[in-house]
Design a protein around this ligand. Structure first.
Ligand code: HEM
Length: 649
């Protein structure tokens, strides 16, 4: 009798070798056999062979032949064990590695056609069953949902729900609010029901119950696939641990140290625009793309001590920037994002070679490789500067994080592992640069269409006698503060966010909901799995909270804001712009000082005039709103006339 361990070793080897050989010889045969014998049976074939033949192996000097069970298209496996020892109780471990020979039968075209049908039909049938199963699950959920009485727009398609029309028209939710009120239901991809609400009691309830209202597991999984295990991809204890580790890096003392980088990069951008405007005394500049280059350089240097050199017009293409751009800014980014969202909801789509899959994979590999290099270098520098009181020359967020993470005072259970540290790099990149450049673009748009506010701001900025102010000097400028607040209120770059209830709940409402049948509800039953759409900009500009002129840009409103705004659960300035609760924006102080540094430098140096004052619209991609000239298409950005400001005139 052969002992069990030896049989298992042989079985494992047999499975490995058999698979490799089959793959290298004839993929079609393998696929067909997978269908014919079924995947499970096929994978268990070596085990069966081992069980049937190896256990009862009759010791012999001659080759041992085993028939391939269940696969008519492979005639035989020849299992050669020339040195198989004889004797009734031999040990398989003593055998040399056997050889498998595979003989394949020749097929007529008719047989081949039949085989292809035999492969394709069951695949199609399996997909259809999968689709019907999930569709009926979703339909059943929608039909039996305790929220089915809540009104809302019709879904134009089962597969896309209202997803596509919302992407096509960024103002659609506003129209729906006018039609159905602040609380309504719409349908997302695959007709998944999503509750939209601007009710502040409901929003407060959501952010104060993070154990119930979380990022959807499908979103977390999709984020992890794309960005790794950074803070954007985790919930619960993992999130609390990562957040604790990151918090010190984003505090005011750290941002104070980084202000020099914000100013240095703002000055570099100012000089580029000054050179462009010098020739004709003014230039038409598409400011959004330039601001993005500036914030990209800042996030690289300030967040992980990496030089993108995006403002150096002559510099070579940057590999990491190319990888990030491919992921988030390619012309097809929305399609890729839509497909990833669909994969999150229907995991079977991960087997399909969908749009951008290869590109995302390649970009992610580059991102992780360079991310690991950045982390290794930072750790080496921190170790080399051990004993120094401060961080030495490395003031970036990652170095601060690593220094704290390496400290002996941190219990092992609280430490971030390598993958988590590397995962913060794309998280900083994704969350921290375009948001800031869009906020500054919208500020320049607002100031170019409000010349009085622009003049007033410039007057205040020119009271500072240096081009290199500190963070405290920037924060002492009161009108600058109100301009930034007003921009972040009216033009919050992140338009909305989303949460999913992970258990049944009752959501209280400040204003009773009157359903289409006229019944009033002072709370809503939320079933487990319900998604909730939180419209950040809509709450920031709600007339019932801010007054009739809520959608106008008027910095002076901050001299006295209505009492009702105190009900907004924001982390900053009673605005939802940086969200609230445990997932509030960790980088909000960083971002505000960077925006102030940019406005300080640019408004002192230039006058900005609108090119297409009434034609600027918002284009929403991946929750972010970008400005665009309606007549010139969604990628036109924000063109402005930039004139050097001459104080003597
Ligand atoms: C105008 C600029 C910015 C805006 C409007 C903004 C907005 C937001 C919002 C709304 C969230 C919450 C998203 C959610 O949970 O659904 C968030 C989270 C986050 N933001 Fe920002 N952000 C900005 C700048 C930054 C910067 C500069 C950084 C980093 C340098 C940053 C890093 C993060 C991170 C890491 C999170 C995730 C926090 C967590 O889940 O605990 N953000 N941001």
């Amino acid at each position: 009798m052969i002992n069990t361990r030896a049989a298992l070793r042989l079985t494992a080897w047999f499975r490995r070798n058999l698979r490799t050989k089959l793959q290298s010889r004839d993929v079609y045969t393998v696929i067909h056999c997978q269908y014919k014998a079924s995947l499970l049976a096929w994978l268990s074939l070596p085990i069966r062979l081992a069980q049937e033949h190896v256990y009862n192996l009759v010791p012999t000097e001659s080759p041992y032949e085993a028939a391939a069970v269940g696969c008519p298209y492979i005639s035989s496996f020849t299992f050669l064990s020339p040195q198989c020892p004889s004797g009734p109780r031999h040990d398989v471990r003593a055998m040399s590695v056997p050889e498998i020979k595979l003989e394949r039968r020749a097929y007529s075209p008719r047989q081949t056609g039949t085989m292809i049908l035999e492969v394709l039909l069951p695949i199609a049938a399996t997909l259809l069953c999968y689709f019907i199963f999930h569709a009926s699950q979703i339909l059943y959920r929608n039909l039996t949902s305790p929220l089915r009485f809540v009104g809302g727009p019709k879904s134009p398609s089962f597969l896309l729900g209202n997803f596509k029309e919302m992407g096509d028209d960024p103002y659609l939710t506003e129209k729906w609010r006018a039609q159905f009120g602040g609380t309504f239901r719409f349908h997302n991809l695959f007709s998944m029901s999503e509750l939209h609400t601007t009710d502040l009691k409901a929003i407060n309830h959501i952010v104060s119950k993070p154990s119930i209202y979380q990022k959807a597991p499908s979103l977390l999984a999709a984020t992890e696939i794309m960005l790794g295990r950074g803070i954007l991809a985790v919930e619960n204890e993992n999130h609390r641990r990562q957040r604790r580790a990151l918090n010190p890096a984003f505090g005011l003392p750290q941002v104070r140290l980084l202000t020099g980088i914000f100013i240095e990069k703002s000055v570099q951008l100012r000089d580029i625009w000054a050179a462009q405007a010098a020739q004709d005394g003014a230039a038409r500049i598409e400011v959004t793309s330039w601001l993005r280059r500036m914030t990209l350089d800042v996030i690289g240097q300030a967040a992980f001590n990496y030089h993108f050199n995006a403002l150096d017009t002559g510099s070579k293409p940057n590999e990491l920037n190319d990888a990030f751009t491919a992921l988030f800014h390619s012309p097809h980014a929305t399609r890729y994002a839509g497909f990833r969202a669909a994969q999150g909801i229907a995991p079977i789509l991960k087997l399909v070679p969908g749009p951008g899959k290869k590109l995302v994979h390649a970009a992610r590999q580059t991102m992780l490789r360079i991310g690991q290099q950045i982390v290794n270098r930072s750790i080496a520098e921190i170790k080399a500067s051990e004993g120094e009181k401060d961080l030495g020359k490395n003031r970036d967020l990652l170095s601060t994080l690593l220094k704290a993470n390496l400290s002996a005072s941190i219990p092992d259970s609280q430490r971030l592992d390598d993958a988590e540290v590397v995962g913060q790099i794309p998280a900083f990149f994704l969350a921290g640069h375009e948001t800031t450049s869009l906020a500054t673009s919208w500020a320049l748009h607002a100031l170019s269409t409000n010349p009085a506010a622009q003049r007033k701001l410039r007057e205040e900025l020119l009271t500072i006698s240096t081009d290199n102010p500190t963070m405290d000097e920037l924060n002492s400028l009161l009108y600058l503060e109100t301009v930034v607040r007003e921009t972040m209120r009216v033009h919050a770059p992140v338009v909305n966010t989303e949460r999913m209830a992970v258990e049944d709940d009752i959501m209280p409402l400040a204003k009773p909901y009157v359903d289409p049948q006229g019944n009033s509800h002072d709370s809503l039953p939320i079933p487990k799995g319900q998604r909730i759409h939180i419209p950040i900009v809509a709450i920031n500009t709600d007339k019932e909270i801010w007054g009739e002129d809520a959608s106008e840009f008027r910095p002076e409103r901050w001299e006295k804001v209505p009492d009702s705004v105190s009900a907004i659960p924001g982390v900053w300035a009673n605005l939802l712009t940086f969200f609230a609760g445990p997932h509030n924006c960790i980088g909000f102080r960083f971002s505000l000082v960077e925006i102030k540094a940019l406005l300080f430098t640019l408004i002192r140096a230039f006058e900005f005039e609108a090119v297409a004052k009434d034609d600027i619209v918002r284009v929403t991609v991946n929750f972010l709103q970008r400005p665009a000239v309606q007549a010139e298409g969604p990628c036109s950005g924000l063109p402005l006339i930039v004139k050097p400001y001459n104080a003597q005139l």
